[in-house]
Write a protein that binds this ligand. Structure first.
Ligand code: ZN
Length: 209
């Protein structure tokens, strides 16, 4: 037994800045996360975040939730932003999404922002669970209040996978399933495959652990 492991737990914690590394020594990268809600999710947010943390831990990435709060908006902005309108395309400049990011008061240095909005409506009237279209350098995803517990992890997967192809899989056992995250069985644990893991580890949005 080493002398370190004989220390009482609270001393080991307070004297070791790398305590988390001891909890999961496999972490090599982390993604700082800020959650901003302007609508109450109908899915179980705690379960969703617990799953997402477990998923990213399984590929050695610490899903590092730094803040999780409601966003107070002026009435006009709330009306405009409760339902995000627009096609979800990558590297887009969606005016509403850009405004959300600005109102959150965060910068790209802070990490990735998860916005939970009432709904996301496409120009053709169709609705989306989530959208990972964002301005390069302002990493964020938008998730609908009516999404599934897997949507946050899926959309962040898009951000971190970047140009990796194929962006979607046919298997429901993979979080990048292309048939809709609401079609993934609720009690399953969809994962990433080795190629996706390798691609994610190259993401410029990950920081050293
Ligand atoms: Zn997708």
């Amino acid at each position: 037994m080493s002398s370190v492991s004989q220390l009482p737990a609270h001393i080991a914690e307070s004297t070791s800045p790398s305590f988390n590394r001891q909890v999961n020594p496999k972490y090599t990268k982390r993604i700082p996360i800020h959650i901003r809600s302007i609508a109450q999710p109908t899915f179980d947010l705690r379960k969703s975040l617990a799953y997402t943390q477990g998923l990213y831990a399984s590929i050695d990435v610490h899903f590092d939730i730094q803040s999780n709060q409601g966003m107070a908006l002026k009435k006009n902005d709330l009306i405009k932003l409760s339902t995000i309108n627009g096609a979800c395309t990558y590297n887009q400049s969606n005016a509403e999404h850009t405004l959300l990011y600005k109102l959150a008061g965060l910068t790209k240095k802070d990490g990735l922002v998860v916005f939970i909005v009432k709904g996301i409506q496409k120009p053709n009237g169709g609705i989306l669970n989530g959208c990972a279209g964002f301005l390069p350098g302002s990493p964020s995803v938008i998730v609908s209040s009516t999404a599934s517990i897997f949507t946050i992890a899926h959309e962040i997967g898009h951000v971190l996978l970047g140009a990796y192809a194929p962006s979607h899989t046919k298997s429901k056992r993979n979080i990048m399933f292309g048939g809709g995250t609401n079609n993934i069985p609720a009690n399953s644990f969809p994962s990433f495959d080795q190629n996706q893991k390798n691609a994610i580890h190259l993401s410029p949005y990950l920081k050293p652990f």
